[in-house]
Design a protein around this ligand. Structure first.
Ligand code: ZN
Length: 279
């Protein structure tokens, strides 16, 4: 391993090394995580050692099996969504979109659910864990825009409109100590089924077609570039492992350690937006 540590406040050398890696590999498989969106005001989940910064996110099992937990989820989401919905792509999203326009990105796979790559004009994107701007019925598979569901949540829970809270990842918000049992969560208007954000929860599998599209793109790529992910979640880590097994070089731009550190040929510990923006 030939890892290079960089001072986060002096990204010039980091940008040079990363630019050399990108120049050397014409077709990149890019994987992004929460670290690329922090400069857009969306906080991430993990500290520099890869541990949880806060309470781990809700699992599918709890969401489906516990009505109070579900109320709590949507109440926090109702409040958090108002901020999340206005986040804009930053220099890192724009730099990767520019790289795609130059024909250098085989595919961009993101673990984020914020839709900011698409907002930056990136075209070939696999949202591995779904999109927070859609809601899905677990009964009939109907999908509806989150904005529409947001209006319904607000209509049924007018008292909650005055609540403000700290922002949390994935449009969540910290609202400890509030009376979640009074929060009303509408079911599917068509079938009465449970409505769930169209994102992959912990305890849930990534849909097969997304995984297969990503795997094929990785096979056709020359190298892998990880941006803003600790790769602690297996759904992202397994691409790094597959790249290493196929002897494709891997570069990572991430503040802090990654689960794949020993697989990397280049490690740049610096701010994503500062480094990619300087390319
Ligand atoms: Zn339904």
């Amino acid at each position: 391993m030939d890892a290079v540590l960089e001072d986060p406040v002096a990204p010039a050398g980091a940008a040079t090394r990363l630019a050399a890696f990108i120049d050397a590999h014409p077709r990149l498989f890019v994987l992004t995580g929460a670290g690329i969106s922090t400069a857009s005001g969306i906080p991430d989940y993990r500290n520099r050692d890869g541990g949880w910064k806060r309470t781990p996110p809700i699992t599918l099992q709890v969401f489906v099996g516990d009505a109070l937990a579900r109320s709590r989820y949507w109440a926090r989401s109702l409040v958090g969504c108002r901020r999340f919905g206005v986040a804009r792509p930053n220099a890192a999203h724009h730099a990767l979109a520019a790289l795609e326009r130059r024909g250098r990105v085989a595919l961009l796979v993101t673990q984020n659910v914020d839709g900011l790559h698409e907002a930056a004009g990136h075209e070939a994107v696999v949202d591995l864990h779904g999109r927070l701007d859609r809601v899905r019925c677990l009964g009939c598979e109907r999908r509806l825009p989150r904005a529409q569901f947001q209006r319904e949540l607000e209509r049924r829970n007018p008292d909650w409109l005055a609540v403000d809270a700290l922002d949390a990842p994935d449009g969540d918000a910290d609202l400890e100590g509030l009376a979640f049992e009074r929060f009303v969560v509408p079911d599917c208007a068509d079938c009465g089924g449970l409505l769930k954000p169209d994102v992959v929860f912990f305890g849930e599998n990534v849909p097969r077609e997304r995984f297969e599209r990503a795997t094929q793109a990785l096979e056709e790529a020359d190298a892998m570039l990880v941006v803003g992910s600790s790769l602690m979640v297996y759904s992202g880590y397994r691409f790094a492992r597959a790249a290493a097994q196929a002897r494709k070089p891997i570069a990572a731009l991430n503040l802090g350690r990654t689960r794949a550190d020993e697989l990397l040929s280049l490690k740049v510990e610096a701010d994503c937006a500062a480094v990619l923006g300087a390319l």
